[in-house]
Design a binder for this molecule. Structure first.
Ligand code: FAD
Length: 423
């Protein structure tokens, strides 16, 4: 059986950044397994700019951003197997994969990093009434058709869901000559970044209809029209508000789901909120030696933060391998991170102060829009973080930096509490 110190599942931005960081932290043998014929993941189809502002202080396109990391992996001669799909990861860190060249084969690892990304929520998950004609696409699928395959999926388009991919596709399709009639969003706020609403909708006079949803699709062979209706507070359509839009295409941008079938097979405990693995301060999952990062862990808005998080996972996996038998038993002084008051989740959700670096970035999302508020962290009764924010919204991931000194001395078994406060 093949044997590597670290096996990384997925060669997108998370997998590549983790590989580079693990190499730079001194790991000898690293293997990246990628099911597509090229590295880079979803960035390869994101040909718009806006990537890398944080990491490289430059505005890059998705493929340019990916190319930087591929070059770093090439410079370090990090091994990769392309067109190779991982079928199974066992709790004992045996990875089973398949490729046309090698058939089914197994690799023994001392640590595994899960970096499989996410997939889009499909039409089937939405229960939209009406026919089943051609012309209903997820926004990411349309992005691939336009940007990689050179096909325009339709001419008269309605988009359901105001996540970033939907917003970016509204602009992309407009630039390619299609007419985007509107973007409809179920919630009373957009799921995308503010900058994308301005640059992709406002700049092109594309209306954003908040609190609206699709209640019907017409057309036998191809979409001929869709009906939108306003929704009330219960998110149910309000009778009498229906409006019919003649169109040939409906794009769905209604959420991303971390791709965690392999994590489940490996007995990794998953969060019911993020649907990604529950991890500690090292981004190690509930299974010893299995780490997770990027969109498979929780959905990110910006790739720069994916790269930063994945580099942390890579360094920690390297430390794990180097520690070998000397490894400290986990969870001795672990603190649980609890959320309330509008915060939906944090990553990590467990922190061991003795194992954390001097500083730890806690990433979180809120469940609704809050203006002029504070993000607070309590350790027992004591408030240890109180950060003012003009606005926090579900579409924008928030970060809080914790210092080790703030957590040392807390009773083992106690918890941290993260919430949004008015003052
Ligand atoms: C359609 C879409 C468009 C996006 N557009 C933007 C954007 O414009 N700007 C932005 O900042 N962010 C965008 N994002 C977010 C983007 O996904 C992240 O910023 C980042 O690129 C995610 O990196 P990742 O490595 O976690 O996932 P991915 O880039 O998805 O990489 C995961 C990789 O794992 C591989 N993989 C999965 N399962 C297996 C398996 N079993 N075996 C082997 N390989 C496997 C996949 O083939 C893929 O290459 C977009 C996301 C999506 C889904």
């Amino acid at each position: 059986m093949l044997s590597y110190d670290i096996v990384i599942v997925g060669g997108g931005s998370a997998g590549l950044s983790a590989a580079v960081a693990a190499h730079d932290a001194g790991t000898g043998s690293i293997l990246v397994l990628e099911r597509e014929p090229r590295l880079g993941g979803i960035l390869n189809q994101c040909i718009h700019n806006g990537f890398g502002l944080h990491s490289f202080k430059e505005e890059l396109t998705g493929p340019e951003y990916a190319a930087r990391y591929i070059q770093m992996a090439d410079d370090r001669k990090i091994e990769r197997m392309l067109s190779t799909t991982v079928l199974d990861v066992s709790p004992k860190l045996v990875v089973t994969a398949v490729s046309a060249e090698q058939g089914v084969f197994q690799i023994e690892a001392r640590a595994v990093i899960l970096a499989m990304g996410c997939r889009e929520r499909p039409r089937g998950a939405l229960n939209i009434a009406g026919c089943r004609p051609a012309g209903v696409y997820t926004a990411g699928c349309a992005q691939k058709l336009v940007n990689i395959d050179g096909w325009l999926p339709g001419r008269e388009v309605v988009i359901l869901g105001s996540g970033d991919i939907g917003l970016i596709m509204a602009r992309r399709l407009t630039l390619e000559g299609a007419h985007v009639q509107c973007v409809a969003e179920l919630m009373p706020y957009s799921g995308g970044l503010r900058r994308n609403i301005v640059q992709c909708l406002d700049d092109f006079d594309i209306p954003l209809l908040l609190s609206h949803t699709v209640v019907g699709i017409e057309g036998k062979k191809r979409v001929e029209a869709i009906t939108l209706a306003q929704v009330g507070e219960s998110l149910r359509p309000i009778p009498g508000t229906e409006k019919r839009y003649s169109c040939d295409t409906l794009l769905l941008s209604v959420g991303l789901l971390p791709e965690n079938e392999l994590s489940r097979q490996a007995s990794v405990e998953l969060s019911p909120v993020t649907r990604g693995p529950l991890v500690d301060e090292s981004l190690e999952t509930s299974v010893d030696g299995i780490f997770a990062c990027g969109n498979v862990l929780h959905v990110h808005d910006l790739v720069d933060f994916v790269s930063e998080e994945a580099a942390h996972a890579g360094r920690k996996a390297a430390e794990y391998v180097q520690a070998g038998q000397e490894r400290r038993p986990r969870r001795e002084d672990e603190l649980e991170v609890r959320v309330s008051g509008g915060v939906r989740y944090t990553v990590p959700s467990r922190i061991s102060p003795s194992s954390m670096d001097e500083r730890l970035v806690l990433r979180l999302r809120v469940g609704q829009v809050f203006e002029d508020c504070y993000l607070s962290v309590y350790a027992g009764e004591k408030r240890i973080v109180h950060r003012r924010r003009q606005v926090v919204a579900p579409g924008e991931m928030q970060e809080i930096t914790l210092r080790r000194s703030q957590l040392e001395g807390l009773e083992p078994g106690s918890h941290l509490h993260v919430l949004v406060e008015g003052e």
